[in-house]
Ligand binder design. Structure first.
Ligand code: ADP
Ligand code: ASP
Ligand code: MG
Length: 451
């Protein structure tokens, strides 16, 4: 098979949640001979349990979490025809998890967290290989850490695309003709061989990176919804499926919180112009969304996205008046603390900004450390507001069209708009609202702009 015939298929947590889900995903894989490389998430719920263990639990809670992990994975093993060998392998993994979580309870670290959480993907891929073998398919388990080299920013590691390409060509490419290759999303390894992770939801990104490295003709993201919708269908059941969307629009949606794609997924796809398909493994016949470079007639309003748990910092300083370099100093401090700024607005004597918390395994609020606050406070008065939500309207030519403000804000009168960003991109308009109002804001806006 030539490389350009290759499809990389990724299945998310719900698509490998249990025995039946794994078999449905196997059906999807086997329905298309071009699918030679399969990237999997951990079975639904496992990563959350592992992250909780990495936070350092006491003995009793540890036992509870370990039992839950065992229960989820055993439910799959128990339905295999020949469960014994794989049960031993999974038991070894769970023993590792137990040892690592015991260590976490004494002293936790980001490197240890990544090592611990990687076991979710290691287990789901072992189980899926077994499912395929029972269906008489030649399938081979591949440890993605052999090729997915990253830096050592544990919890949110960045891949080395050039090394990945080289290693994929020598280690993965030759195997693709021989068997279906089943590998892990989300995890990688740094130069010393320690396990890293690409951030929560990172398996989508893995699939796109591998697709790019192997010059695939398409990347298929199989999840629990049949495509990308005008907004999260869990919030608005009337949301409509978008049949075709551009890379730029999809990237904006993902960046601004549409969980259906990890924010970085589109980067490799755009770089190498590889279309991305999003569909439901529960209902592949329902079709899905195709993400590609161009689509016919991109509309003014495309979709609404929501990002919860946003923290707003407002920095006040009279010294800012007519002064130079104040913002530079603020950004310097934030950069030293490894924080990137998300939204920003300014006035004469103050600047309001949100911290970018997407994707990492650490929680949003933990970015705001005491050390950071102390340093900022030496420069200016700092006000912190938590539990805000970022609502983003994604579209085309938004900043050059007339009447956008009226259409959007005209229906927002019962809500407090805490901050508005508009004009930096033709593709989005976004604002902060109190977290408790977020879903109502989305429903109201969706109703007026999309229904
Ligand atoms: P997976 O585990 O397969 O990666 P995720 O839970 O990460 O799945 O992503 C799928 C979920 O994304 C859906 O169940 C849906 O609730 C949510 N979602 C958010 N915004 C959208 C959107 N615009 N279109 C479709 N799904 C969305
Ligand atoms: N299992 C990881 C998570 O839950 C990665 C993924 O599912 O994409 O975040
Ligand atoms: Mg996901």
């Amino acid at each position: 098979m030539s490389q350009s015939d290759l499809i990389v298929a990724k299945f998310g947590g719900t698509s490998v949640a249990d025995f039946d889900a794994m078999n449905r995903s196997a059906d999807v894989v086997l329905a298309d001979a071009s699918v030679r490389l399969v990237v999997l998430s951990a079975s639904a719920g496992i990563t959350n349990l592992l992250v909780a263990l990495a936070e350092g639990k006491q003995l009793e809670e540890r036992a509870y979490h370990l039992d839950e992990i065992r229960r989820i994975q055993y439910a799959i093993i128990d339905r295999l025809q020949q469960p014994d060998v794989i049960r031993e392998e999974i038991d070894r993994m769970i023993e590792n998890i137990a040892t690592l979580s015991e260590t976490s309870a004494l002293a936790t670290s980001t490197a240890l967290t990544d090592e611990l959480v990687s076991h979710g993907e290691l287990m789901s891929t072992l189980l899926f290989v077994e499912i395929l073998r029972e269906r008489k398919q030649a399938a081979e388990w591949f440890d993605v850490r052999k090729v997915m080299r990253t830096n050592d920013r544990f919890g949110r590691a960045e891949p080395d695309v050039a090394q990945l390409k080289e290693l994929a060509a020598s280690q993965l490419q030759p195997r693709l003709g021989e068997a279906l290759i089943i590998t892990q999303g989300f995890i990688g390894s740094e130069s010393k061989g320690r396990t890293t992770t690409l951030g929560r939801g990172g398996s989508d990104y893995t699939a796109a990176l591998l697709g790019e490295a192997l010059n695939a003709k398409r990347i298929d993201i199989w999840t629990d919804v049949p495509g990308i919708y005008t907004t999260d269908p869990r919030i608005v059941p009337a949301a409509k499926r978008i049949d075709e969307i551009t890379f730029e629009e999809a990237a904006e949606m993902a960046t601004f919180g549409a969980k259906v794609l990890h924010p970085a997924t589109i980067l490799p796809a755009v770089r190498s112009d590889i279309p991305v398909f999003v569909g439901s493994s529960k209902d592949p016949a329902a079709g899905g969304t195709m993400v590609r470079e161009n689509t016919a007639n991109p509309p003014l309003f495309r979709a609404l996205a929501l990002r919860r748990r946003q923290t707003l910092l407002t920095l006040h300083s009279l010294n800012m008046l007519h002064a130079r370099g104040f913002l530079a100093e603020v950004f310097n401090i934030l950069a030293r603390h490894n924080i990137s700024v998300d939204l920003i607005t300014t006035s004469e004597v103050s600047v309001a900004l949100t911290l970018d918390t997407t994707g990492s395994t650490s929680t949003g609020d933990s970015l705001l450390t005491q050390a950071l606050l102390t340093e900022l406070s030496s420069l200016c008065r700092v006000e912190v507001e938590e539990n805000l939500a970022l609502v983003a309207l994604i579209g085309n030519e938004l900043s050059t069209a007339c009447g956008v403000g009226k259409k959007v804000f005209g229906v927002m009168e019962q809500f407090n708009l805490r901050l508005i960003c508009y004009g930096a991109s033709i593709h989005n308009l976004c604002f902060l609202v109190p977290g408790d109002d977020a879903e109502q804001v989305i429903r109201t806006l969706h109703n007026s702009l999309f229904e």
